[in-house]
Unconditional design. Structure first.
Length: 503
């Protein structure tokens, strides 16, 4: 049955589609083919999520090689949730991409853009689904290498610098990660995450394992741009084509947060690890630092892409804080923010893309008067802004509610203060957008500005609507997230379905 092959199809579909897209060598054909491919990928992710909710965790052995000897794909509540986020954003970006990419990428490179896009999508999906620590590294490199190329497609020469800086930092992060995995393999003789979780308690006290954990955490922190290891991200977001910025901001760093959760809670045992080392306290401190420091820096940015990039760094702090709180409410708050921030930031960058399409500039002063000239675009942007602040009835409020609940449960008043303070800082840097769009007159020399094409508006409005729907009816997502958080902290055992690859 095809339903038993969904885990491998989740990766194979975009991975095989990429070289086929290369052979098309035509911009319009490549876009259409990529759009169909990403839609199929999204449908597969939804089917996997429904299967997990109905039947439990899926274990898929590649080539019928039983784990831990062979590579295993594992789809549980958390990985299924991440797959839907990545595949969903990947599919929604495609209708937006056609005209945005035509404007911002050289015509002869457009078909190559979609090749790299599909490879990046396949890599990110692979990271979320694999149950093998080294296989995760392989997918991490697939997504990273294609990301470097995607960023470099920007017409601004500074895109090359941003891509190069990302390449250097990303390579360092990947090296740290693979060194950590090598150390774990040396001490346990396995790369399967579930098998590692069983064998590590016997060697947890050894310095080699401690060093392995340190290498893993530093490498992952570089990949997710955890403050102060964030220097590659602002320029990468600011000078990449807008479609790339949307996709990476909504998926790439979020998948890296997922990797950190998987390593800390699945491989190293979560609470058992935190009782031995004070990693949870370090994560809470770094999360609060990122939340506040990045938000302060965002206040002083004039380039709206850079401002939103620093906003992303601040929002990553919420996710790290949730991981460090190490209770169901806090961890659920961190996980749900992966989803909430993905859709809110995608809305904001899509709105920026619409402005670029019509105005051709991206400084905050260029938004002057657009609240009246582009009411739909600015309205969607306001929904994204309110979500970042955490206003009730938006998805951002759901995140802060659970993080504050987790902080109270943990007895951490400083975390509560940091959450509230970062929200106030978000109001300050977001107000600059509101002021320019609605309270300043359009420049006298600028002609009347029309709304962006419908193909760009529809995905933006769908995501803006999702920010409201999932803010009002949060149980739709929170039911899944709470199951994932409970699984990770060990309060709810989950059944497992075993399937295998085609012989």
């Amino acid at each position: 049955m095809i339903s038993t092959q969904l885990p491998i199809l989740q990766i194979i579909v975009p991975l095989i589609a990429a070289p086929i897209c290369l052979l098309l060598r035509h911009a319009a054909a490549a876009w259409l083919f990529s759009t169909v491919t990403t839609a199929i990928t999204f449908i597969i992710s939804l089917a996997l999520l429904l299967q997990v909710l109905e039947q439990g965790t899926i274990s898929y052995a590649l080539g019928s090689w039983a784990p831990p000897w062979g590579i295993e794909y594992v789809v549980d509540h958390l990985s299924a949730f991440i797959l839907v986020i990545v595949a969903g954003i990947g599919a929604l970006v495609m209708p937006f991409a056609r005209q945005s990419v035509e404007q911002e990428v050289a015509e002869e490179r457009i078909y190559l853009f979609y090749v790299m896009y599909l490879l990046c999508l396949a890599g990110l999906l692979g990271i979320a689904i694999t149950g093998d620590a080294f296989n995760l590294f392989v997918f991490l490199e697939i997504s990273s290498l294609s990301s470097y190329v995607l960023i470099s497609f920007g017409r601004d020469k500074r895109a090359l610098t941003g891509a190069f800086n990302y390449l250097i930092m990303g390579t360092i992060g990947a090296t740290f990660y693979v060194v950590g995995v090598g150390m774990l393999y040396m001490m346990t003789g396995t790369l399967n995450m579930a098998d590692l979780a069983e064998r590590l308690p016997d060697v947890m006290h050894l310095r080699v394992v401690e060093a392995a954990l340190a290498f893993l955490l530093v490498g992952i922190s570089l990949k997710l741009a955890l403050f102060p290891l964030h220097f590659w991200l602002p320029n990468a977001y600011a000078f990449a084509p807008t479609t790339v910025t949307i996709f990476l901001a909504a998926t790439a760093t979020k998948v890296s947060v997922y990797v950190m959760i998987r390593i800390l809670y699945t491989v190293f045992g979560g609470d058992a690890l935190f009782e031995t080392f004070a990693i949870d306290e370090a994560l809470i401190a770094l999360g609060m630092l990122s939340m506040i420091a990045a938000a302060v820096i965002a206040i002083f940015q004039d380039n709206i892409k850079r401002m939103l990039a620093y906003s992303s760094l601040s929002q990553i702090g919420y996710m790290i804080l949730g991981i460090g709180l190490a209770n169901v409410a806090g961890l659920a708050g961190g996980i749900i923010h992966i989803f909430n921030h993905a859709i809110a930031k995608a809305v904001l960058f899509m709105a920026v893309g619409c402005v670029i399409a019509r105005v051709g500039a991206i400084s905050i002063s260029d938004l002057a008067g657009l609240g009246r000239q582009m009411p739909i675009t600015m309205g969607a942007m306001m929904v994204g802004v309110l979500s970042l602040i955490g206003i009730p009835t938006t998805v951002g409020f759901v995140t802060k509610w659970y993080l504050i609940e987790g902080s109270f449960e943990n007895g951490n008043w400083m975390a509560v203060i940091a959450i509230l303070l970062s929200g106030l800082l978000a109001i300050i840097y977001s107000w600059r957008i509101v002021e320019a769009a609605y309270f300043q007159d359009a420049p006298s020399g600028r002609q009347e500005v029309a709304e962006a094409p419908m193909a760009m508006q529809v995905p933006m409005l769908l995501l803006a609507t999702a920010c409201i729907i999932f803010g009002i009816s949060a149980t739709w997502t929170m039911d899944i997230v709470l199951l994932a958080a409970e699984d990770l902290v060990g309060t709810v055992p989950s059944s497992t379905i075993e399937t295998s690859g085609i012989r």
